[in-house]
Design a protein around this ligand. Structure first.
Ligand code: SF4
Ligand code: SF4
Length: 76
């Protein structure tokens, strides 16, 4: 395991998000929410509230869209 170098955070590509809300439901810290912004595909894209992410990857594993959501867990 490598050293922690910074805060964890979800990295969301709003243009790939389908607004299904699975990540919102899966996040144990409740730091994801539907943004109310309609993306280019017509979906209500998800956003990060900006703090509180623990890098648990629950959102990543529950997202059905391959390119919508990644997690920076703050490790090298
Ligand atoms: S990595 Fe975990 S805590 Fe961070 S946004 Fe995803 S589900 Fe929430
Ligand atoms: S699970 Fe994926 S597609 Fe669904 S709202 Fe979250 S980021 Fe968007």
């Amino acid at each position: 395991m490598s050293a922690k170098r910074g805060p964890s955070r979800p990295i969301i590509d709003e243009s790939e998000c389908k607004g299904c809300g699975r990540c919102v439901a899966a996040c144990p810290k409740q730091v994801l929410r539907l943004s109310g912004r309609t993306n280019r595909r017509g979906y209500n894209a998800v956003e990060y509230v900006g703090e509180g992410c623990t890098g648990c990857f629950a959102c990543f594993y529950n997202c059905p869209e391959p390119y919508a959501l990644q997690v920076d867990d703050g490790r090298e």
